[in-house]
Design a protein around this ligand. Structure first.
Ligand SMILES: *[C@@H]1O[C@H](CO)[C@@H](O)[C@H](O)[C@H]1NC(C)=O
Ligand SMILES: *[C@@H]1O[C@H](CO)[C@@H](O)[C@H](O)[C@H]1NC(C)=O
Length: 983
């Protein structure tokens, strides 16, 4: 995306309290007028799936008792109508204009789907203070008569399809406090006539197509707290006095427009500014050197402009003054190639957490003082001209999680001091001139997820300590001078998805344990000196999409097991010493001759149909016993025909690759470019998600949870996904989004729902997750057209237990899920269970074993110590897992009405075991006549006994998830054994 927003957009927090207004004026209308207006609304609602209005808005009860209706205390008249999140669809009838005491009208929030236009009669509601119609499908123009709403204070029309230009009358309503019209299709310019908007605090017009210049009054309204005009087509200059008239301004978001000219130095007078985003415009000139006067500054985004640093110094002098901004969290000025210059020594005085400054032509050494920026979490200086060696002081940055210095000219050894960075997850050094061995101590950085050391001059072997990196996801050491064999126990990289060891001098054989890497999608060993056979165990790499073994000395055959790799899109074994029949099933029909050329004696079975069939003629047909007497001919063919043709194809491929590279910016290949097939955690735009879900259409709604809604969608590249949209007007939703991002960003396991992407804007936050086509365990347990037998249920429970084991024990920081229940357990097309919904998960610090919290989990599954004292620990999850086990095998919800008072599901199970087992177990599982009855009965009994061990009242007495997984596996083995024996 060319216009990527650089700064996670701050959010205009909209706090609405309910209020009641009393009135003194006498009036001729009465409550019956209100009743008929509301009944008119009811009749305009065409879909009311929960039957809320249909059953509740009945003339038998008084209007003031209707759901969503609030009446004033003095005159019993309707003062507020709050119909958000009721899943209503329909149109807004003009009759609402008769609710003459109405002060609040809210039809907003996801779930509702009001269509059509705003009836102009609404504009006669002279008492209306809040008009909230956000997140519907309203269209047409914003009525000019809206200017008549003389009491209007809050106007929320965001996330609709409003078109046309903004009527200038809006800006004549002097009572307005907040105007939020973002995420529509508004065009035209911002009206330049305006009344006295003396109270205006928030002006948010972002994500529209508004053009023209920004009228001066916007920068002249002294009450303004937030101005957000992001992602429009606004042009022109900023006034040179911009900073003088905005004493209360905290947020200024002008990113992603067509603004030009310089950034006025006066901006440093807007002293309350904490969030300044000017990225993705055409600003030029110098970055003001007094930005440090903005003492409250937290976010500064200047990326993607044509800004320069003052020429008076060879250093980036604007950085020096920023040392005064003690709250600065994010500093971003990437892709301003004119910035040039060196990093000043004073960089050590910054208090910043995140620095993004790639593509700025920064020269010289990285000053050792960088080690003093103790808050630093992430540093990205990719694609600059940094030289010299890496300062060892970086090893002092204890909080550093991401260090990216790709595409520079850094030389010298890799400093062992970097092994002190115990929080480091991302380390990108691709494309420098680092020499010497890769230090073995890197293997101690067990928090590493992404390690990119490619295209340097590292020598010696790959340290054997690397197999300690059990959480590593991507490892790239390609294009170095590494030699020696692969580390012995690479099977320990349990969750790794990508390995690139290409273009080194590695040798030896590939070990069988490679087949254990079940999440591996990308493997390149090309251009080394590996030899020996290709192990049959490759058939275990079920996720593999790209495999390149070309240009080595592999011998023997291509194992038949490759036919099982149905995801394998790119396959290359060219230029080895392979022989024998090329497998013909699986994906083999999708490959071309380039995959096989330059080998000793490969032949094509009659069944094989290569993608370009004509090429197949270049391969000798296999004969029965083709080795031996016929192989001579095959070799000749390879030497005289195949090799020259192969070389031509190869030369062409190289030319193509280079010409494509040339067109790109001079950027070095980044992780993404090396792995086109992998779903990196990229950002998606709101528009993309809107298209993917047919405009968040109700037909795509998968469910509504505590923090928002989940939609099914298909991304532009065809990927099926689930989109979780956080309802930001609900308390806790922000936190929930952040927590879920934090947790899912860092962990990966085959039984956890995988995050694909996120979308975070000023007032929209969504996560894009792997879509689980088979739905939730809840659905499978309780709907009548689904059935799970005992083995299915046991497998699902083993999956969930494995996920919890990983969260509790397998990961550097224990993660507590806190909300285990059948709704949060999702099944993929193979019925493998994935644990989802990390909205209230907790991360335990290094030394904590418990924390206290206020977040509410789901009643029924909650451990007693959590409910009564808010104590969260891994033991709480164990308890919930025990309840889940009971529910799965009894098919009774812990909240079932039969459980009341003393009688909980736990007590019920406990008192029934072992004699009355069949009274509690789901009757569908223990059918007397069926085969294997006793095996199933024993199995159910063991499981429920285990469930009781999980739900011990005292947390210390509960077993842990490691033991649970072991016990469940034992139960399964015993069950399979007995049912086979007795079958
Ligand atoms: C309508 O809903 C309100 C609020 O939930 C409730 O108090 C009232 O009893 C309901 N009335 C009827 C007739 O269902
Ligand atoms: C192979 O091609 C077929 C037909 O185009 C396609 O359906 C299948 O997904 C392809 N397989 C792979 C691994 O690309």
């Amino acid at each position: 995306m060319g216009n990527a927003r650089f700064i996670p957009n701050l959010i205009v927090v909209v706090l609405l309290s309910s209020f009641e207004v009393s009135f003194s004026r006498k009036t001729t209308t009465n409550i019956n007028t209100d009743q008929s207006a509301l009944l008119a609304l009811k009749s305009h609602v065409i879909s009311d799936p929960q039957n809320l209005l249909a059953t509740n808005w009945s003339t038998v009860t008084h209007v003031c008792n209707w759901i969503g209706v609030t009446c004033g205390s003095r005159y019993k008249r309707v003062t507020a109508l709050n119909l958000f999140g009721m899943n209503l669809s329909g149109t807004i009838p003009p009759h609402l204009g008769n609710l003459s005491f109405l002060a609040t009208l809210r039809l907003s929030l996801s779930g509702n789907n009001f269509m059509g236009v705003i009836p102009s009669s609404l504009c006669s509601l002279s008492k209306l203070e809040l008009l909230g119609l956000s997140r519907n499908n309203l269209q047409g123009q914003i009525p000019v008569a809206i200017g008549n709403l003389s009491s209007l204070r809050w106007l929320y029309l965001m996330y609709n399809q409003f078109s046309g230009s903004i009527p200038s009358s809006v800006f004549n309503v002097s009572s307005l406090v907040q105007i939020v019209l973002s995420h529509n299709q508004l065009i035209g310019s911002i009206p330049s006539q305006f009344g006295n908007l003396l109270k205006l605090e928030v002006l948010h017009l972002g994500v529209n197509s508004i053009y023209g210049t920004i009228p001066p009054f916007v920068f002249n309204s002294s009450a303004l707290n937030a101005i957000a005009l992001t992602a429009n087509r606004l042009s022109g200059y900023l006034p040179s006095t911009i900073g003088f008239w905005l004493p209360k301004l905290e947020i200024l978001e002008l990113g992603d427009n067509e603004l030009s000219g310089s950034i006025p130095a006066s901006i440093s007078n807007a002293s309350r500014l904490s969030f300044l985003s000017l990225g993705s415009n055409s600003f030029s000139g110098y970055i003001p050197i007094d930005l440090g006067n903005l003492r409250d500054l937290q976010f500064l985004g200047l990326g993607q402009n044509n800004l320069a640093s003052t020429p008076s110094s060879s250093e980036l002098s604007f950085l020096s003054s920023l040392a005064n901004c003690k709250h600065l969290r994010l500093l971003e000025f990437s892709i301003n190639p004119m910035i040039s210059g060196k990093l000043p020594v004073s960089i050590g005085n910054l208090s910043v957490e995140q620095v993004l400054a790639y593509g700025c032509n920064i020269k010289g050494r990285i000053p050792g003082e960088i080690g003093n920026v103790s808050n630093l979490i992430s540093l990205d200086l990719d694609n600059n001209k940094l030289s010299g060696s890496l300062p060892t002081t970086i090893g002092r940055l204890k909080n550093l999680q991401s260090l990216s210095l790709q595409g520079n000219k850094l030389g010298g050894f890799f400093p062992a001091e970097l092994c002190n960075l115990k929080s480091l997850s991302y380390l990108y050094f691709t494309g420098n001139n680092l020499v010497g061995p890769i230090p073995a101590c890197l293997g101690d950085l067990i928090s590493l997820r992404y390690l990119f050391l490619g295209s340097n001059k590292f020598a010696n072997s790959i340290p054997s300590t690397f197999t300690r990196l059990t959480d590593i996801l991507q490892l790239n050491v390609s294009s170095n001078c590494l030699s020696g064999a692969l580390p012995v126990d690479i099977g320990k990289w349990k969750v790794i998805t990508s390995i690139d060891f290409s273009k080194n001098q590695l040798s030896g054989e590939i070990l069988i344990s490679i087949g254990d890497l079940r999440d591996l999608t990308y493997l390149s060993l090309s251009g080394n000196r590996f030899q020996g056979p290709i192990p049959e165990s490759f058939g275990g790499l079920v996720s593999l999409q790209v495999l390149d073994l070309s240009r080595n000395n592999f011998s023997g055959i291509i194992p038949k097991s490759f036919e099982k790799l149905l995801c394998l899109e790119h396959f290359n074994v060219s230029f080895n010493r392979l022989e024998g029949e090329i497998p013909s099933k699986g994906s083999f029909g999708n490959y071309t001759i380039q995959s096989f050329m330059g080998n000793k004696a490969l032949c094509a079975a009659p069944q094989l149909q290569l993608l370009q069939y004509s090429q197949q003629l270049l391969l000798p047909p296999c004969k029965a016993n083709s080795f031996g007497k016929h192989s001579r001919k095959a070799i000749q063919l390879v030497e005289y025909i195949l090799f020259p043709i192969g070389s031509i194809i190869l030369v062409l491929a190289v030319i193509l690759t280079f010409s494509r590279r040339g067109k790109r910016n001079a950027n070095l290949p980044t992780a993404q470019e090396n792995f086109p097939a992998l779903a990196e955690w990229r950002r998606v735009s709101y528009q993309e998600l809107q298209q993917a879900t047919y405009g968040f259409s109700e037909s795509k709604l998968l469910g509504v949870g505590s923090f928002g809604s989940v939609y099914q969608g298909i991304l532009s590249d065809g990927l099926s996904v689930a989109v979780k949209v956080f309802n930001l007007e609900l308390e806790g939703a922000f936190k929930s989004f952040d927590v879920e991002c934090e947790v899912l960003r860092n962990i990966r396991h085959r039984n956890l729902v995988r995050i694909i992407s996120s979308c975070s804007n000023i007032d929209f936050k969504a996560l894009v997750l792997e879509f689980m086509p088979c739905g939730s365990l809840e659905k499978w347990l309780y709907s009548h057209n689904h059935f799970l037998d005992i083995l299915h249920r046991l497998n699902i429970m083993i999956d969930v237990a494995s996920a919890l084991e990983y969260l509790h024990h397998g990961y550097t920081t224990p993660v507590i899920h806190c909300d285990l229940k059948p709704n949060n357990i999702l099944l993929d097309e193979d019925m493998v269970a994935h644990l989802g919904d990390f909205g209230i998960a907790k991360l335990l610090g290094e030394h904590d074993s418990t924390i206290h919290t206020m977040t509410l989990a789901t009643i029924g599954y909650m451990a007693p110590e959590y409910g009564s004292e808010g104590i969260v620990s891994t033991k709480g999850d164990v308890y919930s897992f025990g309840i889940l086990l009971m529910e799965t095998f009894t098919r009774k919800k812990p909240t079932d009405e039969i459980f009341a008072g003393e009688m909980s599901i736990k007590y019920w199970v406990k008192k029934s075991l072992p004699e009355a087992l069949i009274e509690v177990v789901d009757t569908n599982l223990l059918n007397n006549e069926a085969r294997q009855y006793s095996a199933r009965r024993d199995c159910a009994l063991s499981i429920l006994q285990l469930a009781l061990e999980c739900t011990e009242e005292v947390p210390e007495e509960r077993i842990d998830m490691k033991e649970v997984v072991a016990k469940l596996n034992k139960i399964k083995i015993k069950f399979l054994h007995e049912s086979n024996r007795r079958a």
